[in-house]
Design a protein around this ligand. Structure first.
Ligand SMILES: Nc1nc2c(ncn2[C@@H]2O[C@H](COP(=O)(O)OP(=O)(O)O)[C@@H](O)[C@H]2O)c(=O)[nH]1
Ligand SMILES: [Mg+2]
Length: 219
């Protein structure tokens, strides 16, 4: 059992969300300084046509949650981040409310090859009574064989409000994934406690269902 290191004065919980196979489990494993808790189960032929993924190496799926922990040094003592990963399929969405309880914010992972699934996830976040009030950062997990789009185009396609940070990451890379977590911590700090910004759910965003041409030279 690895205990929280000395010098840690604060803790914060973060929930990584996103559609099936966008890299949530990979990101939690990449950032965790302890052996991550995983709840992976082997996918069987029963999932064909339901749990389809462009990731050829994916043979398991999260059925409850991922959990990892990392400590970040700050000016006045360390902060321990407890990073949870949610299962992505709609049949597990009822778990999100409980997983999001007490979190300082949500990290939404996106695979640009399957933006339609991200629209559904955004709709779910907006309708979840806990998730919808949490600060949100969106991270494009840039898969090797996925096209590369300018972030402003992805922002428009997802109809993200201007204050929502949007960045690109590689969920397999600890530094890149930690940068995404830091962006979320910064964003959450900026909103709390002096800058509350209640979300406006009165006008459902109009989300286009495709992106334009990828950047030149992209894969
Ligand atoms: N090439 C590439 N593969 C990735 C990346 N992130 C995840 N994967 C692979 O994509 C598959 C799905 O990732 P996983 O973390 O299980 O997705 P989850 O369903 O969101 O938890 C796995 O086979 C990963 O090894 C990435 O950034 N690049
Ligand atoms: Mg997973």
């Amino acid at each position: 059992m690895a205990y929280v290191p000395h010098g840690v004065t604060r803790t914060a919980k973060i929930l990584a969300l996103g559609a099936f196979a966008v890299g949530k489990t990979t990101l939690v494993g990449a950032v965790s300084q302890i052996r991550p808790l995983r709840t992976e189960e082997v996918m069987t032929s029963a999932g064909i046509g339901i749990d389809d993924t462009p990731a050829p190496g994916k043979t398991t799926t999260t059925v409850a949650m991922d959990f990892g922990r990392l400590t970040l040094a700050t000016g006045n003592g360390g902060v321990a981040l407890y990073v949870f990963g949610a299962p992505g399929q709609p049949r597990f969405w009822r778990l999100w409310q409980g997983l999001a309880e007490g979190a300082i914010g949500l990290l939404l992972l996106v695979d640009v090859r399957r933006l339609d699934t991200t629209f559904e996830v955004l709709d779910q976040i907006e309708s979840d009574p806990v998730c919808r009030d949490l600060p949100l950062v969106v991270a494009v997990n840039q898969f090797d064989d996925a096209p590369v789009y300018p972030l402003d185009q992805i922002r428009r396609a997802l109809a993200l409000d201007a204050p929502i940070p949007l960045l690109s990451c590689d969920a397999r890379d600890p530094a890149s994934s930690i940068a995404a977590l830091c962006a979320l911590v910064d964003h959450a700090l900026a909103r709390h406690p002096d800058h509350p910004r209640p979300p406006d759910h009165s006008h459902p965003p109009n989300r286009p269902d495709r992106l334009d041409q990828p950047l030149e030279g992209s894969r």
